[in-house]
Design a protein. Structure first.
Length: 131
């Protein structure tokens, strides 16, 4: 199953770079991997939509779309190999790839979980702060 133009909704289908990233995720099996609430691809698309709603920068939105690419501490299924980071960077750009790589780190995942549980968010003035 691929994430072709009919499959992609909203912004994902309108922005060529985002559509290309979603196609890559689907080609790596994300559309067929079970995840709470549906499939991994559906989850990644929801994260992207939420980041878009929050006004996150393009690189942060792309990172959200791919945040589980290397697997995470909470979801160990990986779509790509963190030893071949240049492959993801080629389609997302280097900044987004660095954020994705951080997401696979256990400590970063723990920090994000803390923010969520504490009611705090990594944002200032409604915009995500990720440098």
């Amino acid at each position: 199953m691929t994430a072709g133009p009919d499959r992609l909704s909203g912004e994902l289908g309108r922005e060529p770079r985002i559509a290309a990233v979603a196609e890559t995720l689907a080609s790596r099996g994300a559309a067929g991997i079970a995840h709470p609430g549906g499939t991994l691809l559906a989850h990644l698309e929801r994260v992207h939509a939420l980041l878009t709603e929050w006004g996150a920068r393009p690189a942060v939105r792309l990172a959200g779309l791919c945040h589980a690419y290397y697997g995470t501490d909470g979801f160990p299924v990986a779509l790509g190999d963190p030893r071949r980071r240049e492959e993801l960077a080629a389609i997302t750009g280097p900044e987004a790839e660095r954020l994705v790589y951080l997401a696979c780190d256990e400590d970063w995942y723990r920090i994000l979980s803390h923010w969520t549980r504490s009611g705090r968010s990594p944002a200032v003035g409604g915009r995500l702060v990720v440098r």
